[in-house]
Design a protein around this ligand. Structure first.
Ligand code: 4AD
Length: 489
């Protein structure tokens, strides 16, 4: 067995423990601890060597002092093999640190080099690499402070999202990744096809001829999903409150810092609910998840704030403490027009009117300058929004019950709406959008049989990671970013 003291575990008899010493240990120990990790740096002197070892549990790792006199023979010999990047297992007590960088260090008694790392070809040097370079070695970049910290924060965010919804009895539903419908109607679909029989099968040595690959496998064109919403609605209209949290795909040919071709969306859907409920829920979710990381990821967030975004911690605390602003689309347009009129040359898209799809610069101005807070913009023109959004009766459907949440630094983080629950209105909307009613027969059934007002939203998970870490580019917010021209790993 093994016991735990504070933050770290130590081994007794067996080799069962996968991780030892989360390295923010502060107190010296009488007994030995074992650290298993990768060497970040190694400094060798005549009878002494200092290895900074990181096991992934925190930012910097821990200093291990390799004093020749205190090492057994095998360990002394192993020192020669220690290079930056190699995997080691080091055992010894934690003692007060001489250097002062950290409270304690490992006074090594044994050193094992578990995996060598040839210094001449290892792509991660001691110096700081550009994030762009690190993208080209996405398989090794989790070994850097920045990417490892993103991974830890991301994991905590995901856990907080589940715990938020579970605590409110939302049912977690997995909607399909392969779909026949284009939820957003934006035509940014990846088509799913089988391999070409003649060309590909011999190469893959596949002898299964029972499937007629020359036809569409599913009997109709199929695509990777752009949103789990439509599937989510089927379950909300049966279970009440549900959420999905899974990958979504968009063949968006844009090289921006906010778009990925493969990203993750959190999509709650609530029955007997209106747009107001959706906005309240989104605000609560964000406050909950951000408080969670402020509490549980202190070291990583402090790191991000000092290296990437000085205002990060203030901004996050503000999100938790301040009510989100709300403004109708019409009002937002008026504010923008007024501001742009002062100096149109400052804007890339100075022409803004009712019907304009807001650009990132507009969204960011609203959140960062006008409201200085997260802001919901609601009641968008029907013409620029998807077919399923509920028409507003007050203006004969010129606007729909839709909202976007704009946040400082990122722009749009959430998009949602109340759904059109009236069968005849929805059918007309499908026709107006040149969509085939037959393709949506099951979606229309939800309105045919026991229809209820319902609402939901989609939160872009990587944009949340971007917001919470303050990193500039969404390509650092996901382990293996997919974007035009890149699917290497
Ligand atoms: O506003 P969107 O397109 O909304 C929907 O797909 C709805 N069906 C959601 C719903 O109501 N259930 O996308 C929702 C969010 C955006 O606000 C943005 O944060 C994120 O998904 N998003 C992207 N994130 C990264 N890369 C992309 N290409 C994204 N497209 C949207």
């Amino acid at each position: 067995g093994f016991g735990s003291v504070g933050y770290y575990y130590w081994e007794e008899e067996n080799d069962f423990i996968r991780y030892a010493v989360p390295v923010d240990a502060k107190e010296p120990t009488d007994s030995d601890i074992t650290i298993k990790g990768w060497v970040r740096t190694i400094r060798k002197q005549k009878t002494l060597a200092f290895a900074q070892v990181n096991d992934g549990s925190n930012l910097g790792g821990i200093q291990c002092v390799l004093n020749f006199d205190q090492l057994d023979e095998a360990s002394q010999a192993a020192i020669d093999q220690v290079t930056t990047g190699c995997a080691v297992q080091i055992t010894g007590p934690l003692v007060p640190s001489q250097g002062g960088q950290q409270a304690v260090e490992v006074a090594a008694k044994t050193l094992r080099v578990v995996g060598l790392c040839p210094a001449d070809t290892y792509p991660l040097a001691k110096k700081r690499h550009s994030l762009e370079y690190l993208r080209s070695i996405a398989h090794l970049r989790p070994r850097t402070n920045t990417i490892a910290a993103v991974a830890r924060v991301r994991s905590q965010l995901a856990a907080a999202i589940h715990s938020f919804f579970q605590s409110q009895n939302f049912v977690y539903v997995q909607t399909p990744l392969i779909t026949a419908s284009d939820c957003e109607g934006a035509g940014e679909l990846f088509r799913v096809t089988t391999l070409d029989l003649e060309q590909e099968l011999p190469r893959l040595n596949n002898t299964d001829r029972t499937v007629d690959y020359s036809q569409d496998f599913f009997g109709k064109p199929a695509f990777l999903t752009v949103s789990g919403q439509l599937g989510g609605e089927t379950h909300a209209c049966a279970l009440g409150d549900i959420y999905t949290f899974g990958p979504t795909f968009r063949a968006e040919n844009s090289q921006t810092t906010r778009h990925l071709a493969e990203f993750h969306m959190v999509e709650p859907e609530m029955a007997f609910a209106d747009l107001q409920t959706a906005m309240e829920n989104a605000e609560q979710l964000l406050k909950y998840t951000v408080s969670h990381v402020l509490k549980n990821c202190q070291e990583d967030l402090t790191f991000f704030s000092s290296f990437y975004d000085k205002e990060l911690l203030d901004r996050l605390q503000k999100l938790v403490d301040q009510p989100f602003a709300r403004v109708s689309y019409r009002e937002a347009i008026a504010y923008l027009q007024e501001e742009i009129a002062k100096d149109p040359s400052k804007w890339q898209y100075p022409h803004v009117e009712f019907g304009t799809d807001l650009a990132t610069e507009h969204e960011r101005w609203l959140a960062e300058t006008k409201f200085e807070s997260c802001v919901f913009v609601y009641n968008y023109p029907a013409a620029i929004k998807a077919f399923y959004m509920r028409a507003n009766d007050e203006d004969n459907g010129e606007t729909v019950n839709a909202m976007d949440l704009l946040v400082p630094g990122v722009g749009e983080l959430v998009g949602g709406s109340q759904r059109e629950e009236r069968l005849d209105v929805l059918e007309q909307k499908l026709r107006d959008n040149n969509l085939n009613l037959d393709d949506y027969w099951w979606y229309l059934d939800l309105r045919r049989y026991g229809s209820v007002p319902h609402a939901g939203y989609g939160l872009g998970f990587e944009r949340l990671v971007q917001y919470v870490t303050g990193i500039e580019n969404i390509r650092e917010a996901i382990a293996f970013p997919r974007y035009p021209g890149n699917a290497e790993f």
